[in-house]
Design a binder for this molecule. Sequence first.
Ligand code: MN
Ligand code: MN
Length: 291
Amino acid sequence: MDANIFENYAKAGKILKDIFAALLVKPGDKIVDIADTIENEIVRKGAMPAFPANISINEIAAHYTPIPDDEITIKDGDLVKIDLGAHIDGYIADAAVTFCSNKNDMVVAVQNAVNAAVKLMKPGNKVSQISEAIESEIEAKGFRAVNNLTGHSLDKFTFHGPVPIPNVRNSMNYEFKVDDVFAIEPFATNGSGIVKDSGRTYIFSYLKDHNTRLPESRQVLNLAKKDFSSLPFCERWIKGITPIKFDLAVKQLVAAGAIQPHPVLREAGRGLVAQAEHTVIVRDKPVVTTA
Ligand code: MN
Ligand code: MN
């Protein structure tokens, strides 16, 4: 890996680390204020958001981002998963922390799992070893690992490369190589262990060009491709469009296959969900960019 590329990964990671270290999440806080503040801070520190701040509460596992006039506030005891992405020139850091106003064992379980997993991100180790470490740490606290959410490789402007890292035991024998970049993201639950599409979508990403007469669709697609570099985006990032026009535009673009919807994922058994995530560069001494 080029020294310059390594620096970009490291700097993006440090930005997320510093943001999480300074972040206060208190009962009564509006999640739209948290998201806006974090995203502005990513830019102020010299990176770009790699996706909208995901703030997913309790049985919502992932992919919730606040709408512009979002009324949701943090309640006492909520499991608040904040999942952030930052990139510099396309080199991405992806990290998540679960905040809870009470001491919560599920949060400890995912922290233990991610910490055990990143230590194993060495050349020659296999995906199955990482998954084993994750699932056993989660089980040790009496919870279930979520089956259908996985860690993933990272590449320039790319999230989900060809190699997933499941959170449950498997026989995947992909061997890590020096300078592979992966996000490791254990999810634990006291529910069914499966997440499903909740039917609502607030995050989208560019797929392909599409000719449309609706000016709002053209505007959204143009921003999605150019300003957001085909990375995920949300309504808060698009100024000057009414909510009704935004909904119309994204419906049309999704139907045309021009943008990808990333629906909100909910625990299928309505269990609570906790998540932890770090980005790591594979080395004999693994480099955890976000820790
Ligand atoms: Mn993430
Ligand atoms: Mn991720």
